[in-house]
Design a binder for this molecule. Structure first.
Ligand code: N01
Length: 504
């Protein structure tokens, strides 16, 4: 499904641009389009891969599809009247992003196959010096859209490197390997794994699914749109907008309340229970898949096919702890060795220690990773960070969602960044940096709100929490509140610097 765009990337990178954008997923592509629209046309987007799409380019595993309804999962300024079903699959989302990119008129400023190596803020020159795999670029601002779930995390299992069979991560699916007739193991039972398992189960000779923590899985209300519905969505004014608003509001009304009130979670709990009863007949297997923490603590998964796949004759759900991997088998704590030809690790991503943080050096030469190591990921409005002037992160600290569309968050942040650039131009500012007190207040409020949510109190460990037990990844309030709080660039919360010398 992976069709590189005919890229018109510049052969040589420009030596200097106003804005350097990192990544060409929803965030980077959206930022490029909105910068262009705002007249900020002197920008360069660097993308390590050969095409747009980000997550939706990388995650091509069998069964990959979005858990957020299609109507909500597109840019508000580039709606897609052509979605074929209520929850889109990866190829359709990737194709959508490619179409938006092609029609945007901004691809001439994308450099594909260009990885960010490091970036440092030059305080005297008031710009970022960005080293990429294809040369150095100076930029007034650095806009990162490198993704919150983009760096695969491999499990720390003894002997993994000794495996003679094939091994790959869910986000780097190796399509050259035919799983037909093979003995396959999947490690993990998160959102990725539960889509992979039912997709490969019919083909493989045998499948072992290694579950460390049983997830909650509720039914997936997915359906193909009827012909009539598709025509209406495409041609009748207002229909698509009504769908979109309906989906948005229903999620917004239900979910944020639910994270602080277990009572409101009762219907979801009942759905999850019924899903097990419907999908699995064997009482022993039913017991094994019962979650042991409060619903919502980890992401609630949706599937109609996961439990029936686990119940199939050629599948074993293994709940004993993995102790090591040998040349051709996975070994568990009970001493059992299960031989395999292919090992698929669906073990998630680096989240609370974003990899890009190690490569961005702010004032005094300190990296974001060093600054965040002390107290965890923390920024102002999830976008700007003390000590890192003119750095704008899209999908930064505490901007993630479990219940609604990240595209909504991304667009809110992009609007904030564009307003920041407008403010900087109109006031002749060369650098902006959030004040310490503004950032600390924002994060104290965030942690106070998060402390009472099921994400923190639900008795699970998840990718939402960092090593200090703080939730530095999720947004705790309604998404429209996020949009309102970022609707204007609040320059009064920033330390600002006029230009020290004319660039030239
Ligand atoms: O990763 P995860 P993911 N030994 O981190 C297990 C989005 N997403 O790629 O729960 C054994 O959720 C780990 O076990 P435990 C979505 O936001 C969306 O599935 O930590 N097991 C867990 O079961 C999602 O939340 C969609 O005990 C190990 C699994 O691996 C996020 O991406 C689809 C282990 C990792 O689950 C990440 O999802 C896919 C070890 N050493 C992804 N290490 C949709 O919209 C980890 N595990 C549909």
């Amino acid at each position: 499904s992976h069709r590189p765009l005919p890229s018109s990337s510049p052969d040589a990178l420009p030596a200097r641009v106003d804005h350097l954008v990192v990544g060409a997923g929803f965030a980077g592509l959206g930022a490029a389009i909105k910068l262009d629209e705002a007249g900020e046309r002197d920008f360069l987007v660097v993308e390590k891969a050969d095409s747009v799409g980000g997550t939706w380019r990388a995650n091509t595993y069998p069964g990959a599809a979005c858990d957020v309804p299609s109507q909500l999962y597109s840019f508000s300024f580039a709606r897609n009247p052509d979605w074929s079903r209520s929850f889109s699959a990866q190829p359709e989302i990737e194709a959508y992003l490619q179409r938006v990119a092609r029609e945007s008129g901004v691809l001439d400023r994308f450099a594909f196959g260009t990885a960010l190596e490091d970036a440092h803020w030059d305080d005297d020159a008031q710009h970022w010096e960005v080293r990429t795999s294809r040369g150095t670029v100076l930029a007034r601002t650095l806009i990162s859209g490198s993704g919150g779930l983009s760096e695969p995390k491999l499990p720390d299992i003894e002997g993994l490197e000794t495996l003679q069979g094939e091994l790959f991560h869910s986000a780097c699916w190796d399509h050259s390997i035919d799983l037909k007739g093979k003995r396959v193991a999947v490690i993990g039972t998160g959102a990725s794994a539960i889509q992979i398992v039912p997709s490969i189960q019919p083909d493989v000779a045998h499948l072992d699914v290694y579950q460390r923590t049983a997830p909650y899985v509720v039914p997936r209300l997915d359906r193909r749109y009827s012909r009539l519905e598709r025509l209406a969505l495409k041609h009748v004014p207002g229909v698509q907008k009504a769908y979109r608003t309906g989906v948005y509001l229903s999620r917004e009304m239900l979910v944020p309340g639910f994270t602080v009130s277990p009572r409101l979670a009762a219907p979801s709990r009942a759905l999850a229970k019924a899903n097990i009863a419907r999908g699995i007949a064997d009482p022993e297997l039913r017991d094994k898949v019962q979650p042991t923490y409060e619903i919502g603590c980890k992401r609630i998964l949706i599937s109609n096919t996961y439990y029936p796949a686990l119940a199939a004759d050629n599948v074993d759900l293994v709940t004993d702890r993995i102790t090591k991997v040998t040349g051709d088998a996975v070994v568990t704590a009970d001493g059992v060795e299960r031989p395999i030809d292919v090992l698929i690790v669906a073990t998630g991503f680096h989240t609370t220690e974003q990899p890009i943080a190690e490569h961005i050096r702010g004032r005094g030469g300190r990296t974001l990773a060093e600054v965040w190591a002390e107290r965890g990921m923390a920024s102002y409005k999830g976008t700007t960070t003390r000590g890192f002037p003119n750095l704008f992160q899209i999908v930064g600290a505490n901007t993630g969602l479990g219940h609604s569309s990240m595209v909504f968050i991304i667009e809110s942040q992009i609007a904030y960044v564009v307003d920041a650039l407008r403010t900087m131009r109109s006031r002749g500012l060369a650098a902006v940096e959030p004040q310490r007190v503004a950032q600390d207040d924002w994060n104290a409020d965030m942690q106070r709100r998060l402390g009472r949510t099921v994400w923190n109190t639900g008795g699970c460990s998840s990718w939402y929490l960092d090593d200090h037990g703080n939730n530095t990844t999720l947004w705790p309030r309604a998404t429209f509140t996020f949009r309102r709080l970022l609707s204007r660039f609040d320059v009064e919360a920033y330390d600002v610097e006029p230009a020290r010398s004319q660039p030239g």
